[in-house]
Design a protein around this ligand. Sequence first.
Ligand code: NAI
Length: 335
Amino acid sequence: MIQYMPMESKKALFFEVAAQEAETLREAIAADANLKGLQCEFLEQKLDASGLTLASQADIVSVFINSVLDKGSIDKLAKTRLIATRSTGFDHIDLEAAKSKPVSVANVPAYGSHTVAEFAFALILGLSRKVFEASYKVKSGQGFSAAGMMGFDLYGKTIGIVGTGRIGQNVAVIAKGFGMKVIAYDPYPNNEAAKNIGFDYVSLDDLLSRSDIVTLHAPYNPGTKHLINMENINRFKRGSLLVNTARGELCDNEALLTGLDKGILGGVGLDVVEGERKLKDGEKVSTFEKLRAHPHAFVTPHMAYFTAEAQKEIARVTVENISAFLRGEAKNVVS
Ligand code: NAI
């Protein structure tokens, strides 16, 4: 529900903001005349139980993906009318709980569609050309030799894209540039994109069994939890690669380990990993420890979105969302 809010004495609290991002956000806020007078505070901490008292006094709360806003937390946000997440995914926010209160949730729908697609290829090439192992070998003083580092060409190979939204489509375009055959699975196919870019939709099982590389670009929700699981891990083409830049919970860590150990998967590149919120809190996740130690698993710390351009765009759109909200308009409100 959108309500008009006069600017005087309105307060916005931004959580999970590192120093550099605070600067970018401040610039974007200063550039918007409508936001003159808005009190803004930037905190490095995520919004957890310890931040709720503070947050409950803010009209607008902005978070990133590590602040889990479940029903219990949202119920405590007494004054808050807008939760502005500086992310595309909003699986960390209980939308139903927000809907039951006068709290709107806005996201940044498209900032990372090129950024994340490019990073998916960083992982794909890192795996297919053994860049990670080779670089480690040289850096750790194990000699300047390409022995054991033979990779394979992307040209002519089949890539299977799971989720053909904004990011998935950009991955398809890049893959075409490499001369790859592109197949895709999406429960809501976009036939126009398929025709324009030149890819075919298939079932998930077909995609897993035909792809040399599988890359995940679906959102996380109850329906996509463990989309890659103990059962369908056996359907992957032997020796294929799996890349996940979407959300960790799309894959059952145990299934990935089984796939790697059985040689079904030749390698995995994970920017996101099941249980990563616990990892960020310094807790141990036993399946992650096994993945981390596996010679054919490569993990980056959820950074596919993290470029200067994307950060600027996140700030711009978040500030626009807040500004529109304060004018009584709905912008990028998710439901
Ligand atoms: P989008 O909403 O444009 O596209 C998602 C696509 O997935 C849609 O076409 C949808 O129909 C499809 N989908 C839904 N359920 C599916 C299922 N069960 N199987 C296959 N496809 C399914 O989202 P966008 O912008 O492409 O982003 C995708 C995801 O990437 C986000 O939800 C977010 O979780 C993740 N992401 C990760 C980032 C990172 O830094 N690693 C940064 C930005 C987004």
